[in-house]
Design a protein around this ligand. Structure first.
Ligand code: AHR
Length: 545
């Protein structure tokens, strides 16, 4: 019999009080310096007896833009390259992305999307428009990677395309023509044009972004202006075969709650008033409303903090900012709830990641990848999971060689980043049912930065396996964790953990990967109670079968 919540909490607290001594003796954590005594216990009440919504696989989505070495070199090397490739797309990158089950990729931007003209990127490559990347330093763009190459890339990975159309410097007609080119049946002129360029069958385009950051690089619009523009585009962005594309409207930058309010009030439904019309689609006009939020370690965009060689302040400031993701989502979602209590419209965090100052000489927005990124990824993904009722897509910026990447390349070499390892550990959450968790955890305080020390999310997959992802934000204190599991039939628990010797340990080409997760000893499960100690500065996945 399940005891009432209050008495279960009391039992848990008593259990937790006994944990550190019992568990510490059995735990073997990877080497840490300096070593410190564990923090007070973190207590969890895992409600597997009342599962929540499904965690959309698309929460584990990616974003890639024509920027720096993201597309060119990171994905596209060309068919004649000595780097192993399939039709010009590098095989090592495809294999790494397949392994973490990337579900969806947003392309071609970013700011670039609002100066991208798709026609320049189709047809024989030798004849493609030689463009200037106006968004990112005026660098040349050969258009070698265009619609066909992107769709081929999606096919090789097994990911769904999320195409952002040009609102800022394009037109409704240009966007509609692109949709026709991609989705029209073969026995139409757009379909025949596509077939002539090598792809007879229409592509499925499940997600279409209507512009990007139209409040900034995408057009300097007010929310009112964009709401009207979105309605106009939405009227013409049809799929000419298969189901209607899910339209994602440009949402807020960080905490611009007024933008969310205006978009929900003016652009959610097919008509500005709620009058039902027989011929209109009963679904909302927008499938999703986006949110962009980046983490950095300094005080503002001009002071993003160092990417490598940072100190504890740089660690704590970045993690404190990433922790804000929870509040941002909750507040945007509360506004959405007022207009859409049934939660039909998704919040799509279609740009997120850790964006620090690049080292001198690095290509545009190229960042080294450190343990801090792994902890930010684990923390952010836990937050997205916990908001699975509203957050149904998120896209890491930007997958390869730009900002917080899953993989980095240097010519023919490739390394997977600590962030990739977190996505690999967390892929078990994709499509699983969210399991609510009540948490009691001490604060981690560093100077002016204060945040909960431990972050958790849990899910149960179709096979009944429970997965608990636990992030310890403290740079040098292990965290004893005591959990009561309500409604869990599992009898065995194992855990894998990712950490490293220093907060700024980074991945380096040509060296052994220091971030490969290792089994965590000392995980105990008995009588519906779980106990373990997670290492300082770590991301851990517990599996209960
Ligand atoms: O991800 C880099 C840039 O950040 C994107 O192009 C833009 O949308 C955002 O401001």
């Amino acid at each position: 019999m399940i005891r009432p919540l209050r008495s279960r909490w009391l039992a848990l607290l008593a259990f937790a009080a006994a944990v550190p001594a019992q568990v510490q003796a059995q735990v073997q954590t990877p080497p840490q310096s300096p070593s410190r005594s564990p923090s007070p216990a973190t207590t969890l009440l895992v409600h597997a007896d009342r599962p929540g919504p499904r965690i959309a696989p698309e929460i584990y989505g990616q974003f890639v833009e024509h920027l720096g070495r993201g597309v060119y070199e990171g994905i596209w090397v060309g068919e004649d390259s000595s780097i192993p490739n399939t039709r010009g797309i590098r095989r090592d990158v495809v294999a790494a992305l397949r392994q973490v089950k990337v579900p969806v990729i947003r392309w071609p931007g970013g700011c670039f999307a609002d100066s991208y003209h798709w026609r320049g990127g189709i047809g024989p490559r030798a004849k493609r428009a030689q463009e200037i990347n106006a968004s990112w330093g005026g660098k040349p763009d050969t258009n070698a990677f265009g619609t066909h190459e992107f769709m081929d890339f999606m096919g090789q990975i097994g990911a769904a395309p999320f195409v952002s159309v040009n609102v800022g410097s394009g037109s409704v007609q240009e966007a509609d023509d692109w949709m026709r080119y991609m989705t029209a049946p073969t026995d139409s002129d757009p379909g025949r044009a596509r077939a002539a360029n090598g792809h007879a069958a229409p592509w499925a385009v499940p997600f279409v972004g209507v512009g990007n950051e139209t409040w900034g690089c995408g057009g300097n619009m007010t929310a009112d202006t964009y709401a009207a523009s979105f309605r106009h585009y939405a009227a013409f962005l049809r799929s000419y075969s298969g189901p209607r594309a899910n339209l994602i409207a440009v949402g807020a930058d960080t905490d611009d709650y007024a933008w969310t309010e205006t978009m929900m009030a003016r652009a959610m439904t097919w008509r500005p008033d709620p009058t039902p019309l027989a011929y209109v689609d009963p679904r909302p006009l927008m499938w999703g409303l986006s949110l962009h939020f980046y983490t950095f370690a300094g005080n503002d965009w001009g002071d993003k903090g160092r990417n490598v060689g940072f100190d504890r302040t740089g660690w704590a400031k970045a993690l404190a900012r990433a922790t804000l993701t929870d509040e941002l989502i909750a507040r945007h979602a509360a506004i959405m709830d007022r207009y859409d209590p049934q939660k039909k419209v998704a919040l799509a965090v279609d740009e997120w990641g850790a964006w620090f100052a690049s080292e001198p000489g690095a290509s545009s927005l190229y960042l080294e990848s450190t343990l801090r990124d792994a902890v930010i990824a684990g923390l952010s993904l836990n937050i997205f999971n916990r908001h699975a009722d509203r957050v149904r897509m998120a896209n890491l910026a930007q997958m390869v060689n730009v900002i917080q990447s899953l993989v980095l390349t240097r010519g023919g070499e490739m390394v997977v980043t600590p962030t990739w390892h977190v996505f690999d550990l967390y892929k078990v959450h994709q499509g699983a049912d969210l399991i609510p968790v009540d948490i009691g955890t001490p604060d981690y305080v560093e100077g002016d930065s204060r945040m909960p020390q431990v972050s958790v999310s849990a899910s149960r997959d179709a096979g009944g396996v429970l997965h608990l992802s636990i992030v310890n934000l403290h740079p040098d204190r292990p965290a004893p964790v005591a959990a009561m599991l309500a409604g869990v039939a599992g009898r065995s628990a194992t855990a894998e953990t990712l950490t490293a010797g220093r907060i700024d340990t980074r991945i380096e080409f040509g060296k052994a990967d220091p971030f490969v997760p290792v089994p965590l000893d000392g995980v105990r499960l008995a009588d519906g109670r779980l106990a373990l100690t997670v290492p300082a500065r770590s991301v851990t996945m517990v599996t209960i079968r």
